[in-house]
Design a protein around this ligand. Sequence first.
Ligand SMILES: CC(=O)N[C@@H](CCC[C@H](N)C(=O)O)C(=O)O
Length: 377
Amino acid sequence: MLNLVEIRRQLHQIPEIGLQEFKTQSFLLKIIHEIIDGKDYIELKTWRTGILVYLHGQAPVKTIGWRTDIDALPVEEKTGLSFASTNGCMHACGHDIHMTVALGLLEKIALNQPNENMLFLFQPAEENEAGGKLMYDEDAFGEWKPDEFYGLHVRPDLKVGDIATNNHTLFAGTCEIELTFKGKSGHAAFPHEANDALVAAAYYITQVQTIVSRNTDPLGSAVVTFGEMHAGTTNNIIAETAYVHGTIRALTLDVLEFTKKRVIEIAEGIGKSFNVELDLKIIQGGYLPVENNPQLADELMDFFEKLPDVNLINIDPAMTGEDFGYLLSKISGVMFWLGIDSPAALHSNQMNPNEGALKFAVENISKFLEMKGGTEH
Ligand SMILES: CC(=O)N[C@@H](CCC[C@H](N)C(=O)O)C(=O)O
């Protein structure tokens, strides 16, 4: 039996940014080979840093998919744990837990040949390059494309034992914004001879706050957040350029499009009023709203409701994004939250899951996958 805690800690120490998950891929492949060794009904292939493991069913009518993401974030870890990462990246979004759960599920499911075909996807680049969309669009699945797709995301404010989802929208759709204002540099003492890009950016950041408060329907749910800003070099030089980097989110594509339009219009307005040039990029990527399939979600929720160890929660949508939304726009399926009881939030440098979630998840989710794949025994 896999030592889940040990595996999670080892993965935690080799966090890598999307599409650069080379060490992670080798580590996963080693364990996967051990699991599937001698089982002729299981095949494996890789796609860039991703891995696909396919179990041929005995009498398949469909293919059931389980997806985990494998990439990390550019976060300097500050947990103080003995197994903390030291390479400037961190599994601050819990993908080390996701991967370990997927390995634990694969180990259990692979013990007996299922009736249905089953696919385990270890997907790169959830955080940055929408690896799910890249894989789908490049036909990485080929003949192994699932008919139903399932996956989870850890959630710090829920307890170990909690599984939370709904039968509609679970996560928002998101877009990334990169905007550079270009003015004219000069001496701090002669502002009239320069054109200050930093001041233009400051007005922009303030004005975009009015999109959610004044433009979008209050019942429509949108977020505009700029998390990064760089401008200037020192106190007495007027900044020639100012760079801002943000994300916009909404629960429907209509609201997302409207929010995007206002982000662009306000940038153009600032450009005119401050006479600065703009270099504006909006990257939609593939972070569509995560829409659970209503029938499959009802089935999954009914199943977990009946398991004595699971506290099933019917939960409202959250404004987090996920490229699983793209895969679910092509293939019916369900995503759900898994409680990990961490005092620190997702993306925090102190995110610290309760590892008890690993055993709980593998024991209970494997029952669901056994039911779906027809390996109940
Ligand atoms: C669950 C989670 O935290 N997901 C990320 C996904 C990133 C999407 C993309 N890079 C963006 O910022 O729009 C999130 O930030 O919600």
